[in-house]
Design a protein around this ligand. Sequence first.
Ligand code: ADP
Ligand code: MG
Length: 286
Amino acid sequence: SIPLGFFGGIGAASKNGILIKGGNYLEALNKVDAVVFDKTGTITKGVFNVTKKIAVNEFEEDEIIYYAAYAEYYSNHPIAVSIRKSYKGKIQEELMKDYEEISGHGVKVIVDGKVVLAGNKKLMKKYDIDYKEIDELGTIVHIAVDEKYAGAIIISDEIKEDSAKGIEQLMKLGVKRFVMLTGDHKKAAEGIAKEVGIDEVYAELLPHEKVEKLEAIQKSMKGNIVFIGDGINDAPVLARADIGVAMGGLGSDAAIEAADVVLMTDEISKMATAIRVAKRTRKIVW
Ligand code: ADP
Ligand code: MG
């Protein structure tokens, strides 16, 4: 049976905008050794702005935005939302067919009879597109039309105001290891990790590789491992972690469902609050 004090702890957490789905998780929060983060929508806001367009071959900048906006029309990924926002024209849904989202890669759709791809290098390689290496700090979305490379859109995301502070608070609460797992490219990932004080980064991971990395971290640590994500392509990692933590505002329904703890305000510092509440509850219960 669950000691009564746990209900008080869950209540205290809930007043702080933290949903804890059971006394066992409140107890587990007392011995967190490592916190593993997703990048997009977790450390960063997940709201991108287009910072650069690179058109190649016979394509114009306006055209790559046009094709990208169509390709991203049905996707819920934060990248897709941002690209759609930057397209001023109207989308004619009847021009599109055979939409496909390729997890950890990007999207594919037929627009007006042309096969359009929008995504990362992995997507370009998968379809044998002769793409260009681009040396930029932002997230790079490559576009191809009918097997021809059309260029790339560089988009940048902002770090949440409290990410660095939240990580510092977690360190003070005894968390020993901080890791970032992301599907984004290495340069973008390392830049953001450095700014918030994370020195262990694994980039260019597919969703199943995120699970494998998490398992390797679990094996190498004694205490509990927290994974925090927004659930876009990381619900399997959330489910696998000792304590899966989802963002309640930005997060997908699947993430909130798969998570053990939900941070309603999407702030990393609320993770530190959750641990603090757990430590206080433990003092009351024992
Ligand atoms: P993360 O949240 O760590 O960036 P994801 O698995 O959601 O991981 O995405 C990994 C990468 O796959 C992205 O950085 C991007 O390059 C590419 N990607 C995923 N979905 C899309 C999309 N809808 N459009 C373009 N690229 C995408
Ligand atoms: Mg994500």
